[in-house]
Design a protein around this ligand. Structure first.
Ligand SMILES: [Fe+2]
Length: 208
């Protein structure tokens, strides 16, 4: 391999992607969902679309699609398909993996959201941000988060993200080979533990 081919290509130009437009989930019941998002969380119902046919696919599937507005003009949206059915949880994914997180600006605002909700996990300290977790009436895991790291710290840490991911990818390739040979059966562990205090807490809880 010569020097020309070993030099990584320059990163592509930044995509013109501004912010979240909307994220959509299935709702068991529109009013139950409206009550939670509007009356408890304080996100106003802002738009509704009802149709018998799905515009993107053309298939017949009557729906009521409704949107709650965040302060930056983006939305979280839902479909009530008129059948009182909830989306089933993923059968092969832990419940804490798939979730959506919304930003608040201050710790006081995070505490305010905690007060509005009856049952939350947290405040959880992620070092660079702090979070609370809860489930909406549709079983969607949600998070409110407030940044506590400075923009400069986040920018500094961003410089090592690609190298760390590449190290993981390299180890994963080896893990796949080992698994194919029957040399390993379990999942691959990360090469680094950024949150050792969580393991220490878990060990202490097991002892008590
Ligand atoms: Fe998260």
């Amino acid at each position: 391999m010569n020097a020309a081919t070993s030099t990584p290509p320059p990163p592509p130009a930044a995509a013109p992607v501004q912010r979240l437009h909307h994220y959509a989930f299935r709702a068991r019941d529109a009013e139950e969902t409206r009550h939670f998002y509007e009356d408890i969380l304080g996100l106003p119902l802002y738009h509704i679309i009802q149709s018998d046919y799905v515009p993107s696919t053309g298939e017949y599937y009557p729906y009521t699609h409704f949107f709650f507005r965040l302060q930056d003009g983006s939305f979280i949206a839902f479909f009530d398909l008129g059948d009182d059915e909830s989306a089933l949880p993923s059968p092969n994914t832990p419940i804490w993996v798939n979730h959506i997180a919304f930003r608040v600006n201050t710790i006081a605002e995070l505490e305010d959201m905690r007060t509005r909700l009856q049952a939350v996990l947290g405040v959880t300290d992620h070092h660079v941000f702090k979070s609370i977790y809860f489930f909406d009436p549709n079983g969607i895991r949600m998070e409110f988060a407030v940044d506590v790291a400075s923009a400069a710290q986040m920018e500094q840490e961003s410089h090592s993200a690609r190298a760390r991911l590449d190290a993981w990818t390299e180890r994963k390739a080896q893990w796949r080979l080992d698994r194919a040979k029957g040399l390993t059966t379990g999942a691959l562990k990360p090469q680094q533990n950024d949150r050792p205090e969580v393991a220490a807490r878990a060990a202490a809880a097991q002892r008590s």
